[in-house]
Design a protein around this ligand. Structure first.
Ligand code: TXA
Ligand code: MG
Length: 315
């Protein structure tokens, strides 16, 4: 049985699993999260694999203190006000990534922002403190299913795919956190939650507009943080041109490119997902004429990888 009731010993074991790159489901006041070390590319890639997410949606990073948030993201006046008023609690703040942020690029889905939240549930914060790392954690359900509010829901959804589910009883809030984007000029409410627009406007002293994340994702240009390489991106390439940089996959890499980064020599999609965004950034240099990308199988995590590559190629 991989469900354990909350205790100091269970939290210590969970923290150890997280530090070694494994996934742990844990309770927050909103819904159960599927946690991983936010600084570990492979652990974060595992979240997408276990959830069966067809796309790399950006993930919320859970923190235990404001000082940690300030090391991961560029703090601003709105963040100060909102954190004072609502943290710890069910409010997620989207901020620019700190230039030295150790958080995996996969957490930001290749973008320039980070979503941060300090959960009100004291056991969730104790877990983060004990692990000593920020935790990337989406809701602990399979993609397209409703969020779990009890440990048994997590067990039903994810079964034995994760080594440990911490059982803290039923979540008190039960709907996901309010998501506020304060990375741009104007504050934007991306996802409604139990912290309301009126409460946010009162604390900020200004109007808050509402945009659905789904709308932003449909028209990527709207999101300033949307990652598009400056170089042209060519997909399904088996014969690269002389001046191209090649993003390779698998053991048989065609010759002819000026530079090559192999996402996974063994053809492991999880390894490829973990390296994807960092590799694209590395190859996006004026030294090359374009980024040529080898075919990647559209199965498992390959579907999410190809989704992001198609977006990068569309421009
Ligand atoms: O209550 C919650 O927020 C729960 C618990 C576990 O904390 N987590 C949760 O995570 O609901 P998830 O992955 O299911 O939803 C994350 C939401 C998505 O709507 C995502 O698009 C948005 O946050 N998000 C994350 N990072 C973002 C970013 N950098 N910019 C814009 N939106 C972001
Ligand atoms: Mg969710």
């Amino acid at each position: 049985m991989n469900i354990r009731k909350l205790s100091d010993a269970a939290i210590a074991d969970a923290a150890q699993l997280l530090r070694s790159g494994r996934l742990v489901a844990f309770p927050t006041e909103t819904v159960y999260g599927l946690g991983a070390d936010a600084t570990n590319d492979k652990a974060v890639a595992d979240i997408f694999a276990v959830k069966g997410r067809p796309q790399f949606n950006p993930l919320i990073v859970h923190i235990d203190e404001v000082a940690l948030a300030q090391r991961l993201a560029v703090w601003n006046e709105e963040a100060e006000k909102l954190a004072n008023a609502f943290w710890p609690g069910p409010l997620t703040l989207v901020l620019p990534r700190h230039p030295d942020s150790p958080v995996s690029l996969l957490v930001s889905a290749g973008g320039d922002t980070l979503a941060l939240r300090m959960p009100a549930n004291p056991h969730a914060r104790a877990l983060i403190t004990k692990a000593g790392i920020p935790l990337a954690a989406p809701s602990a359900n399979r993609s397209g299913r409703v969020s779990p509010t009890q440990a048994i829901h997590v067990k039903e959804e994810l079964g034995d795919d994760i080594p440990l589910i911490l059982d803290g009883g039923a979540c008190t809030v039960g709907i996901e956190s309010t998501v506020m984007d304060i990375s741009g000029k104007r504050p934007v409410l991306l996802r409604p939650g139990s912290v309301t627009r009126e409460q946010l406007e009162e604390v900020l002293g200004e109007a808050v507009s509402v945009v659905q994340v789904s709308d932003i994702l449909k028209s990527p240009g709207m999101l300033a943080s949307h990652y598009a390489p400056s170089l042209q991106v060519r997909l399904n390439i088996t014969e690269p041109r002389d001046n191209e940089a090649m993003l390779a996959f698998g053991p048989r890499v065609p010759s002819g490119a000026r530079a090559v980064i192999n996402l996974s020599e063994s053809g492991d999609l999880r390894e490829a997902a973990a390296r994807l965004f960092a590799a694209l950034r590395e190859l996006d240099k004026p030294d090359y004429s374009a980024i040529a990308i080898m075919p990647i199988p559209s199965e498992g995590l390959g579907i999410a990888i190809n989704d992001r590559l198609e977006r990068a190629a569309r421009r």
